[in-house]
Design a protein around this ligand. Sequence first.
Ligand SMILES: C[S@@+](CC[C@H](N)C(=O)[O-])C[C@H]1O[C@@H](n2cnc3c(N)ncnc32)[C@H](O)[C@@H]1O
Length: 215
Amino acid sequence: MNDMLRSISTDFDRRAGALRRSVSNELRFVRGWFQAPLRTGAIAASGRALAKRMAAYVDPAIDGPVLELGPGTGNFTRALIKAGISEDRLWLVEANPDFARHLRQVFPRATLILGDAYQPQTWRDKCPAKPFTAIVSGLPLLTQPRDKRRSLISECLDLSRPGASFIQFTYRTAPPLPGGHGLTARPGPVTFYNLPPARIWLYSKTAKALPVASL
Ligand SMILES: C[S@@+](CC[C@H](N)C(=O)[O-])C[C@H]1O[C@@H](n2cnc3c(N)ncnc32)[C@H](O)[C@@H]1O
């Protein structure tokens, strides 16, 4: 009987702890939005279903570091770790100092860079010599001019292994950046179980056509 009561009480404490953490993360996110709505890009963090789908595009069997841009309160980070990417393979670039402090506490083995993702020249020196396996982005891309979006995606893919994807989500029906100029854009699924529903887009470098051999 005592064992049963102890187990119920432990389970209750565990659930209460998880609920407290989740509420405090949501409050941190809302505060981030009030401080800088355009930079935060959403009033609530992405849901678990979207995070799981984003993470599923990163193959844990392919060795190498993974870059995450705009991790916020860490929902995609958590999903990546759950999907089998070890924490020490993660490089996180976050512009909000409050989110960055929180991420450093929760993911002490990941490399946290407090900085502007759109200026790779300011953070790429802190990145590993090895190319990235994939880039997962939670950035509100559409708040930036098209050229800036394009050069960010292109520069991140230049720091990655051949064939790597830049994984992005958007709340719009149109892609956050059309393909072209050396980039291929592929639509992924829509996650309806997210507020608001979101579509994933995958960007990669367009394969160069091989020269036709002359006879
Ligand atoms: C829409 S939230 C997404 C957060 C998280 N990935 C999620 O899905 O819940 C956008 C995140 O990008 C960060 N961010 C916005 N502009 C940034 C920039 N220029 N460099 C780095 N992070 C940026 C914000 O601070 C915020 O954490």
